[in-house]
Design a protein. Structure first.
Length: 256
């Protein structure tokens, strides 16, 4: 198990148990008394859908340890369990009160990033259709992709592309597929690189800051019932209306 995952799992209180799991065609949701979290379904083939009562009563830590499962959808369950604990306002506000982060719930993250990258060199790990259209003022944009489209760069060339970039954007999927740790190491080779995790499955944990992330842009689910129904019902875009979008910035990075 990668060090990042071990630290994320160790940070989850042992007493938190699972109160429900929903698996849809594109999302997975886990509920506990602290709240709920979502993750993507990483299995492109057939996978179980609906509720998963066999996991109810287990601890969040037990589910989180599924990150080592050979089944891709169970890796998704793991990330949803991890996000159930960390993607909560109480946890994030505690970090802010300690002076570790700044929480921004008012700025449109995509517009903000478009303003920040003017004249800078940018890399995306995977396609971000919504965010890419705000990159018009960037000096250069490189897209690393496992299934390259015309103009993309094969993902395996990340060691050549990432060092020295000004901004590197990646999703929570890089945690589930065991690439986040290496990508952050590449970002840390030169001081100017800002690693930013983007998307509703981003794990909003200080563990990622400790490993070199500069900013986390994600979502805290505020309507658990609505989110659960959206996942089970296969309503992909509805999930974005069930929570609070926010940017969490490591204060030492100096962003406002």
């Amino acid at each position: 198990m990668d060090r990042i995952y071990k630290e994320l799992i160790d940070g989850i209180p042992e007493e938190l148990t699972v109160e429900g799991i929903g698996i849809g065609p594109t999302w997975i949701i886990v509920k506990s008394r602290c709240g709920c979290g979502v993750a993507s379904v990483y299995d492109e083939g057939a996978h179980p859908m609906g509720e998963a009562p066999e996991h109810e009563g287990k601890t969040l830590r037990e589910l989180a340890r599924l990150i080592d499962s050979p089944k891709l959808y169970e890796q998704g369950i793991s990330m949803a369990a991890i996000n159930t604990y960390y993607n909560q306002m109480e946890y994030l506000q505690n970090l802010e009160s300690q002076g570790k982060v700044t929480i921004d719930t008012t700025t449109n993250s995509f517009i903000k990033y478009g303003q920040m990258v003017g004249g800078r060199d940018v890399a995306f790990v995977g396609h971000f259709c919504g965010l890419e259209r705000f990159m018009g003022d960037a000096g250069s944009v490189s897209i690393l992709e496992k299934r390259p489209q015309p103009g993309d760069i094969p993902a395996e060339k990340c060691d050549e592309v990432i060092p020295g970039k000004d901004f590197v954007f990646m999703t929570g999927a890089t945690l589930a597929n065991n690439t986040a740790n290496h990508l952050l190491e590449l970002c840390n080779i030169k001081d100017n690189t800002r690693a930013i995790f983007v998307g509703p499955t981003t794990t909003m944990s200080e563990v990622l800051f400790e490993h070199g992330a500069a900013e986390l842009s994600g979502m805290v689910i505020t309507d658990a019932e609505e989110a659960f129904n959206a996942v089970i019902g296969g309503e992909h875009h509805r999930i974005f209306d069930t929570g609070q979008k926010l940017r969490v910035v490591k204060r030492s990075e100096g962003y406002k």
